[in-house]
Design a protein around this ligand. Structure first.
Ligand code: COA
Length: 153
């Protein structure tokens, strides 16, 4: 089942992120940040446990990042990641009436996003992200993430 996250889910979401933060695949998010972003997050729940999570961050009414997407290792390969990306997009489309919306992600797994209808692009297409976030990132001079985007009319 996919549902909107609640602030109480923050500890479980942080635990999902941790192995990938340790491997430097995902950026660290504080519990406070995860709690604050809960209204913009969707989670996949099975047998009372959160197995996956994905957040939205709007940079403008028509530019939205899919951020902190993670599926616990044991549940990968079941289509949950794709369902969460689509659920996050649907949530964004409900929130904003302006069209088209450009969704984007910075990722080490562009192949996964291509399976979700995204295409590869370059980070310079998202100056809002670079000015507001990347410039303050500790890894900004050594970032190998690949930008992907999808436009929804
Ligand atoms: C990347 C990740 C979110 C994929 O989630 P998932 O639930 O395993 O993926 P799904 O089962 O929904 O796969 C959807 C499609 O993408 C493909 N896919 C999934 N992971 C892939 C990968 N690493 N490389 C290539 N293709 C991949 C699947 O084969 C599937 O293809 P299909 O549509 O032809 O069946 C998950 O592996 C994960 O959490 N990884 C660690 C954190 C991470 O890298 N997050 C993304 C950073 S933004």
């Amino acid at each position: 089942m996919i549902r909107d996250a609640q602030t109480d889910d923050a500890v479980e979401i942080a635990a999902l992120l941790k192995p990938y933060v340790d491997k430097k695949i995902l950026l660290h998010r504080s519990l406070e940040e995860i709690r604050e972003n809960a209204p913009q997050t969707v989670v996949f729940v099975e047998a009372g446990r959160i197995l996956g999570s994905s957040s939205l961050v709007f940079f403008s009414p028509t530019l939205c990042e899919i951020r902190a997407l993670v599926i616990t290792e044991a549940a990968q390969g079941r289509g949950i990641g794709k369902d969460l990306v689509l659920a996050a997009e649907a949530k964004a489309l409900r929130q904003q009436s302006a069209r088209p919306i450009r969704f984007f992600a910075l990722t080490y797994t562009p192949q996964f996003f291509e399976r979700c209808g995204y295409e590869r692009t370059t980070k310079d297409k998202f100056p809002e992200k670079i000015y507001e976030v990347c410039n303050f990132c500790l890894r900004k001079d050594d970032c190998h993430e690949i930008a992907v985007q999808k436009q929804v009319e």
